[in-house]
Write a protein of this length. Sequence first.
Length: 200
Amino acid sequence: MPAAERRAKLLEAAYRVMSEGGVAAGTTRAIVQEAGMSLAAFHYCFDSREEMLRALIVDLSERERGSARLALAAAEAGTVTDLAGTVRMALLGYLDHLEQRSGEELLLLELNHHALRTPALRELATEQYRGYYDGIQQLLVGMAEQTGVRWRVGPEQVARLAVTLTDGLTTTWLADRDSAAARETIETIAEMVAGLAAPA
């Protein structure tokens, strides 16, 4: 089996194990057992459990951003032309992802908290959010170009605000599973973010 395929199978196994039992359940032995591999195969793909956790955070975070990008593709196809509508489409795409893959989002929260409480993993939390900020900033720059506006404040500031608001959207939805309320919140967020832009 090619190393990349082996690595992907181990990450999927880690996701399944930790989705059921939390981060603590994701021991290397439990993961290789779930993947049907040996410990030697694990250490061939990853130097340590910490490296595997880092890769899992990157993988799950990329899936989140992919959901937003898919929603934006619809906006780019011409169904939405204003900034508020474009932000709304991206957030609704994320909400669809959250509804369909809530286990991933819960696991990402757990991974972040685990990293924050573990000195050797503390940088994982920083890396996770740096990835969010960079990814969202790229989306925001694209949205501005697409809708003919400019940001009145730095896009890095807007990105941080967007991540903060999306975090709140995520945790409240995970707590109450109220999608109707989440959609109302998305309307408010879209108008708020659009208010930070002006015609180009």
